[in-house]
Design a protein around this ligand. Structure first.
Ligand code: SF4
Length: 258
């Protein structure tokens, strides 16, 4: 989307009471207007950008650090990777992308940002402590003195459907399962995502035709049946798209990662 299109949606977001903004892609920084878009968004509220961290430039971060300094709102960076080492990440994201993402983390730290490194859990729960400790050492070596991690459950969508297995027809949230459940855990309960096609129910289902709820934010305040397999992953793991609010603690096998 262009800066002008995003500005229109930002203006509209004020009318519907939006409090926080997330920018995702693809890779948002491939949009040549991404830096001004983020600077604009800091006039409206706290902003988070989800990037692979491999294309960041010093002059962009200089401008963004200055904009955050001048704003009363914060700018967060989330660096998305697919594993806590090159051996796990690079077969999925491409040769050399893990090291380039770590360079991005180092650069963000140089400019005073504390990026949240986000990875889908591709290891067994028993291995979590060892995998995470090794990665924390790697982050500290990249200049990250206060590492922040977010570990996501694996969503069996897109390429992951082929890599692991698609959701079975029985992998669904039922009415009974929702009895007494805290539905505020679902991002679709309180958020929407805007693309160049319109307003969708959530970022997870962006490519599903039924995710499109309307052309404007004001049209998209409607309930959505949780009938996709991915909804079951949300049910099991809680608020998987929002930023973590506290430091990392290894979960027991029955806990979510939030
Ligand atoms: S995948 Fe389903 S439960 Fe999760 S946020 Fe989207 S609509 Fe809601």
């Amino acid at each position: 989307m262009s800066r002008a299109q995003v500005r229109t949606h930002l203006d509209e977001s004020v009318d519907v009471g939006v409090k926080e903004y997330y920018f995702t892609g693809g890779e948002p920084f491939l949009n040549p207007e991404m830096v001004p878009i983020l600077i604009d968004s800091l006039e409206y509220g706290p902003a988070t950008v989800l990037t692979n961290g491999t294309v960041l430039k010093e002059r962009w971060l200089e401008q963004l650090a200055a904009a955050e300094e001048a704003s009363c709102y914060s700018l967060e960076f989330r660096i998305s990777i697919d594993g806590f080492c090159a051996e796990q990440n690079d077969p999925i994201r491409g040769e050399g992308t893990f090291d380039r993402a770590m360079e991005g983390v180092a650069l963000l730290n140089e400019f005073g940002f504390l990026p949240i490194v986000t990875a889908a859990r591709s290891w067994r729960l028993e291995e979590e402590e060892r995998v995470v400790d090794a990665f924390l050492d790697r982050l500290r070596a990249a200049g990250c003195q206060r590492p922040r991690l977010k570990i996501l459950p694996m969503l069996r969508l897109g390429a992951e459907e082929t890599r692991s297995s698609p959701y079975a027809a029985s992998d669904r949230v039922t009415r009974t399962m929702l009895e007494g459940y805290d539905t505020s855990q679902f991002i679709c309960e309180h958020s929407r995502i805007v693309s160049d096609r319109g307003v969708h129910v959530c970022p997870i289902l962006l490519e599903m035709p039924d995710s499109l709820l309307g052309a404007k934010l004001g049209d998209a305040d409607k309930s959505f049946a949780l009938k996709h397999g991915a909804c079951l992953t949300c049910y099991q793991h809680g608020a998987i798209c929002s930023n973590p609010s506290a430091g990392y603690r290894a979960p027991s096998s029955s806990e979510s990662t939030e």
